[in-house]
Write a protein that binds this ligand. Structure first.
Ligand code: DX5
Ligand code: ZN
Length: 219
């Protein structure tokens, strides 16, 4: 049985009560906290910087999973690592030198992940997979919560799962965008083990119920 992890994305949280929201989802059973960093340059939206990560660090022991949708990315890697990030993922299109950015994440003491957009080909993994702790497949185009899961992602998940198997390494396969109680099982069956979900979790009254229901779909 894979080590399934559910990562609520705080992009859909109530920003006026962000600390309370993080504590609430952590207590409701979240495995990690997904922090969507958007710079209104690489993606058409603007969210939070390292200061927010630093503010959240002391209020939860859950891993902080920082998804950088920003460019240039290397300086932000160091700042988010200092602010308490545990995992840092970035888009290859946002880095001048992808291998160097991966090494910077590792040298900063964090786990490194590469994020592939729906149209980004898998060959970005050819010369990077052996350094990665996680591959993040976007099942929506980055920039917003509440979008619909792009169905072609299933085939991509299959292929990346096979690549990870072939590598013989313990690499997580995270999927991000449009995940909910109705599709999480099929996404797991396709080969994912880590699930980012924003609006499907923060959009409901009881976080514990929805996270428990999602986990039951993975049994
Ligand atoms: C989109 C972000 C996702 C998003 C997921 O650019 O990377 O993490 O917040 O939100 P939902 O689950 O609502 O699609
Ligand atoms: Zn994300």
């Amino acid at each position: 049985m894979p080590n399934y992890r559910i990562a609520p994305s705080i992009l859909s949280a109530d920003f006026a009560r962000l600390g309370e929201e993080v504590v609430a989802v952590a207590e409701a059973g979240a495995d990690m906290i997904h922090i969507d960093v958007m710079d209104n340059h690489y993606v058409p939206n603007l969210t939070f910087g390292p200061l927010v990560c630093r503010a959240l660090r002391p209020i939860t022991s859950k891993p902080l999973d920082v998804h950088l949708m920003a460019t240039p990315v290397d300086k932000l890697v160091v700042e988010f690592a200092k602010a308490g990030a545990d995992i840092i993922t970035f888009h290859p299109e946002a880095s001048e030198h992808v291998d160097r950015t991966i090494q910077t994440i590792i040298d900063s003491g964090c786990e490194a992940g590469l994020v592939l957009n729906p149209s980004t080909p898998l060959n970005h993994l050819e010369w990077t997979l052996e350094k990665l702790s996680m591959v993040l497949l976007m099942s929506v185009n980055p920039g917003f919560g509440g979008q619909t899961f792009i169905e072609s992602t299933y085939g991509k998940i299959n292929q990346v799962r096979d690549m990870i198997k072939e590598s013989g390494r313990d690499i997580s396969l995270q999927v991000d965008g449009g995940i909910n109680i109705r599709n999480i099982r099929s996404i797991a069956m396709a080969g994912a083990d880590t699930f980012v979900s924003g609006s499907a979790i923060f959009g409901v009254e009881n976080y514990c119920d929805v996270i428990t229901d999602m986990r039951n779909e993975l049994l």
